[in-house]
Design a protein around this ligand. Structure first.
Ligand SMILES: Nc1nc2c(c(=O)[nH]1)N[C@H]1C(S)=C(S)[C@@H](COP(=O)(O)O)O[C@H]1N2
Ligand SMILES: [Mo]
Length: 409
């Protein structure tokens, strides 16, 4: 059961009240739900659907504790923004507060600063200029379940991503208020979640000082015009436009300015990729330099057709979907029906900002037979999705051209 109480906190911002969610025991009834087809090369072919998590509608259950919930793919066909109640969820550690007291919550700013800060939500919402930005939040391991050979980690299909309009304040404004001392090099972020065992490394991520002060990195208190769902980081989360979501620290309550590079576990030993184009390597290849994962690469998906479905021969059929450019906007989305020999341009939907999803659509009139539809995004930097999928030991940054197989009869 979910108990909610409201306090008018963001009232002034026209956002309604901040909520305290009691999610104690969430997910406990997860096994009693329906299932969804989600065939992955190494199995399984089906997954449980769950409605047992607070502020979430039907989600694909990848794991209960800590919660890993995947967005059902058809959600991406409904609009360019991913609804909060369908937005995917990923946590590393299972000790996650189920209640946040909005009155006593504080965000601390410490370390290599002139003045330490302890900011209330009111200080942040009412005291600093508000900014808004559409951006894709994508897990580094989105689509890992399609990796061949298979690698360890959450076996996501393509639903560990979402696009939202984020609202909050600039991280730069908060850092300026504290006054960064000369000699600072990085800024580290952590939230209210804790490891289950005491000596496990608390989840923390950092950005270079220049990145942290670029004026785009945001401390968000709302997504899609509502407060953040608890599981997506209520009451505050970092938004790092164009970068993988591992940096988008949720339930953010501490910021630490560092005078030396961050050598803690989650920067030094986790979320590393081979330092090669597209983070691509051969299975078993050794001797590659490993570097922290950073920015996203372009991707595109067909959202209105399902693999294996049958289309009518000789009839016009609409094909549409979503794309994103990574660190820059979508220049073009092209479709191929001949294995990539030729490409037809598609029509792009409204530009909601370079970091967000962009809808695209076109039509095909296929002859009878088997049809492979391939879709390829090229971003504003001219970077296109590769024809074959990149591979690495964590299946991070997968972004090859997607192929959807359908029948035409
Ligand atoms: N505090 C905290 N923030 C976190 C994480 C976490 O475990 N703890 N996981 C990160 C990772 S790896 C991902 S993919 C995103 C998921 O964001 P979402 O649950 O809002 O979709 O949160 C990021 N922020
Ligand atoms: Mo992630």
């Amino acid at each position: 059961m979910t108990r909610t109480t409201r306090r008018s906190f963001l009232g002034q911002a026209g956002l309604g009240g901040l909520m305290i969610v009691s999610g104690a025991g969430w997910g406990d009834t997860a096994s009693a739900q329906s299932t969804v087809d989600l065939p992955l090369p190494g199995g399984p072919d089906r997954r449980a659907m769950t409605t047992a998590f607070p502020q979430k509608g039907p989600m694909i259950l990848q794991r209960t504790r800590p919660p890993l919930l995947e967005t059902p793919f058809e959600v991406f066909d409904r609009g360019v923004f991913t609804p909060n109640d369908a937005f995917y969820v990923r946590w590393h550690w299972a000790v996650i507060p189920t209640e946040i007291d909005v009155a006593s919550f504080r965000l601390s700013v410490r370390g290599h600063v002139d003045k330490e800060l302890s900011l209330s939500l009111k200080d942040i919402v009412d005291g600093l200029p508000r900014v808004e930005l559409a951006a894709v939040n994508q897990c580094s391991g989105n689509s890992r379940g399609f990796s061949e050979p298979r690698v360890a980690g959450a076996q996501w299909a393509n639903g560990a991503m979402g696009n939202a309009r984020w609202m909050g304040v600039k991280l730069k404004d908060v850092l300026d208020r504290a006054g960064v001392k000369p000699g600072a090099v990085a800024v580290r972020f952590a939230g209210l979640d804790e490891p289950v065992v005491a000596d496990a490394p608390k989840f923390m991520k950092s950005l270079s000082l220049d990145h942290a002060r670029d004026g785009e990195v945001m401390i968000a208190y709302a997504m899609n015009g509502e407060q953040l769902p608890l599981l997506n980081g209520f009451p505050l989360r970092l938004v790092v436009p164009g970068w993988y979501s591992t940096y988008w620290v949720k339930m953010l309550d501490r910021i630490e300015v560092l005078a030396t590079p961050d050598e803690s576990f989650w920067m030094k030993s986790a979320y590393l990729v081979p330092d090669t184009p597209g983070a691509n390597m051969k299975p078993g290849q050794t001797g590659l330099a490993m570097v922290p994962i950073t920015s996203m690469v372009p991707r595109s998906f067909i959202t209105n057709l399902k693999g294996g479905e049958t289309l009518k021969a000789g009839a016009k059929v609409a094909v549409r979907g979503i794309a994103f450019g990574g660190t820059t906007g979508v220049k073009a989305v092209d479709l191929s029906t001949d294995g990539g020999a030729t490409w037809q341009p598609t029509v792009l939907g409204k530009d909601e900002g370079k970091y967000g999803f962009r809808q695209w659509q076109t039509e095909v009139t296929p002859p009878a037979g088997d049809l492979a539809l391939m879709v390829r995004c090229t971003n504003d930097d001219g970077l296109a999705q590769p024809m074959t999928n990149n591979w690495n030991g964590s299946a991070f940054m997968r972004n090859g051209v997607e192929t959807l197989q359908v029948k035409v009869a």
